[in-house]
Design a protein around this ligand. Structure first.
Ligand code: GUN
Length: 283
């Protein structure tokens, strides 16, 4: 294995240490940061993610408010809770863990969150601001990927970045964010013809397609940087990413692992957005 492993846990720790200091200074001015975390249903993966987000809040001094609602919660009930949280001045950031049960229209929920409290940067107002180059918040996973590249002195400007996946949470905002850093960006997805060749052309390959070990060594240009955002469970129950880690590590110059890579950075960016929201609401 020759590739450098980009350590998201370590970088997230540094980001959180800075935020912790900022939060403690805010507390001295009587300002407390609060994040409401809403989970609907009992999806085990969502439960794990929500617990980790709460733990990060605790670690750096953000008050977390958890709302764990049963799977049978109606859209109206959830909208009612969002309305209450929008009005609650102790809540600076609101996130509803995705996915929500199928009978709830997720778009309606995202649109109901006051854009100034939208710590995930999912609301179309914030997505639009990002699109025109005037972001209020940054989308957490894409921003975490960019931070990881920058902190490791990996140049983005002028590079060909290939994003595999077109979700609203990762693929699309990732492409926009890399474009804003002056990369040349190609988005690939499950229907892209010749996807392997396009990936092989990437200087930086960001994989967020959600297919276990989809990216094999022959998808990777020698010396490329490969960022794995995917998390799936193998038949043995173990977590696997979108990238065949061991084999790709022989080809790439830098890679992330499925754990300790992008995940901690996503959460650090969520904390950063919550602090930003708190500052904006106390301006
Ligand atoms: N589900 C998977 N990733 C995310 C995320 O970043 N935010 C929320 N709210 N739900 C998710």
């Amino acid at each position: 294995m020759s590739a450098k492993v980009l350590n998201g846990t370590e970088l997230a720790g540094r980001v959180k240490a800075k935020l912790k200091q900022e939060i403690s200074e805010l507390k001295q001015k009587g300002i407390n940061a609060g994040l409401a975390v809403v989970i609907v249903g009992d999806d085990p993966a969502s439960r794990v993610y929500v617990d980790l987000k709460k733990k990060d809040c605790e670690e750096i001094g953000i008050k977390s408010f958890e709302y764990a609602l049963p799977a049978a919660t109606s859209e109206e009930e959830l909208l009612g809770l969002i309305d209450t949280l929008n009005r609650d001045s102790s809540v600076n950031g609101i996130l509803v863990q995705s996915p929500v049960p199928k009978h709830i229209n997720e778009d309606n929920i995202i649109q109901a969150i006051n854009p100034i409290k939208d710590a995930d940067c999912f609301n179309p107002v914030n997505v639009g601001n990002l699109m025109i180059g005037k972001p209020t918040f940054l989308p957490c996973t894409p921003a975490g990927v960019v931070e990881l590249l920058v902190a490791n002195d990996i140049q983005i400007e002028g590079k060909h970045c290939v994003v595999v996946g077109r979700s609203n949470i990762v693929g699309k905002p990732q492409a926009i964010l890399l474009l804003s850093k002056n990369a040349t960006v190609t988005i690939c997805h499950s229907k892209t013809a010749g996807i392997q060749e396009i990936c092989r052309n990437a200087d930086i390959l960001v994989c967020a397609i959600g297919k276990a070990e989809f990216i094999k060594p022959d998808f990777v240009k020698p010396g490329a940087v490969v960022i794995d955002v995917g998390v799936s469970r193998g038949s043995d129950g173990k977590l696997v990413g979108d990238v065949q880690f061991e084999a790709v590590s022989e080809i790439a110059s830098a890679v992330t692992r499925v754990t300790g890579g992008v995940g901690p950075m996503t959460r650090a960016m969520l904390m950063q957005n919550t602090v930003k929201a708190t500052l904006m609401q106390n301006d």
